[in-house]
Design a protein around this ligand. Structure first.
Ligand code: AMP
Length: 145
């Protein structure tokens, strides 16, 4: 009989059990203009989303803060920069973790980040692991013991 992921003990859980899979993750591409990234961020309500390259490999992350920094010039907002700049020119690095990594590796990865990206063995983006998912699983464990 196979265990469902709810039945598994923490020691048996891997990142793939807790991640939000890539089809459900809002993301942008490296060559999108900043205006597109801003629309995705505002539309999704997230402060940051992953950035993927043409082959769907993880390239970085883009946040509302970085975009606002870019359009705030010395003499006010330079809104035209939203169409001039591409995402890859301003994106941040992003921490990634293997989808096969154990729970404790996922937990360590989200101590300093609200979310990290999960990748397969070839570096392709497969989902995100959020701090919320880790905390919810810890809460369940706390009440189970
Ligand atoms: P949460 O813990 O659900 O608040 O998520 C933390 C962060 O993870 C959010 O602020 C987003 O940056 C990112 N995130 C969570 N869910 C998604 C999603 N479905 N698509 C893109 N980014 C997400």
């Amino acid at each position: 009989m196979s265990l469902t992921r709810e039945d598994k003990h923490l020691e048996e859980i891997i990142v793939a059990d807790l991640m939000i899979s890539s089809e459900k993750v809002a993301h942008v591409q490296v060559n999108n203009p900043l205006e597109h990234a801003l629309l995705v961020l505002i539309g999704s309500g997230y402060f940051a989303v992953p950035v993927l390259d043409e082959s769907n490999k993880l390239a970085g992350s883009i946040s509302k803060t970085v975009i606002l920094d870019q359009i705030l010039g010395n003499d006010g907002y330079e809104v035209e920069r939203l169409s001039q700049l591409k995402v890859h020119e301003v994106m941040d690095d992003l921490v990634s973790v293997s989808e096969n990594a154990p729970f404790i590796s996922g937990l360590k990865a989200v101590i300093d980040e609200p979310f990290v990206c999960a990748v397969d063995n070839n570096g392709y983006f497969v989902g995100i692991l959020t701090r919320r998912a880790i905390l919810k699983r810890l809460k369940r464990e706390y009440y189970r013991r």
